[in-house]
Design a protein around this ligand. Structure first.
Ligand code: SF4
Length: 103
């Protein structure tokens, strides 16, 4: 009987965790995954300082999504949509080889 009560008490918690996990996954689905084939082909990195400087010599210190023409976030936003990734979110500190300095 005790185990049944324990189970009944745990059940809502497990459900909440499952829903929370789904919400987290849904949120991640809107972010550009560096392992996504398109992102990988463009050398996308979540942290611009980790850009492959040997493979992408055009990378220069200070470049990041926040200063890119294709970044659709507002100045100061931690993240925003990127035009070449179908509006998926990128961190303002990310970078890819399609970087184009904001005019
Ligand atoms: Fe970031 Fe610009 Fe590349 Fe989009 S195109 S991921 S905003 S550097």
């Amino acid at each position: 009987m005790t185990s049944r009560r324990t189970f009944i008490r745990i059940l809502p918690l497990a459900g909440a965790l499952a829903l929370g996990g789904e919400a987290a996954l849904a949120a991640d689905a809107t972010k550009v995954d560096p392992k996504d084939p398109q992102a990988a082909a463009l050398g996308f990195v979540a942290d611009a300082t980790e850009a492959d400087k040997a493979k992408y010599p055009k990378y220069a210190a200070g470049q990041s999504c926040g200063g890119c023409q294709l970044y659709q976030g507002k100045p100061g936003d931690a993240a925003g949509p990127c035009a070449i990734f179908g509006g998926k979110q990128v961190s303002s500190k990310s970078w890819c080889s399609a970087y184009t300095k904001k005019a």
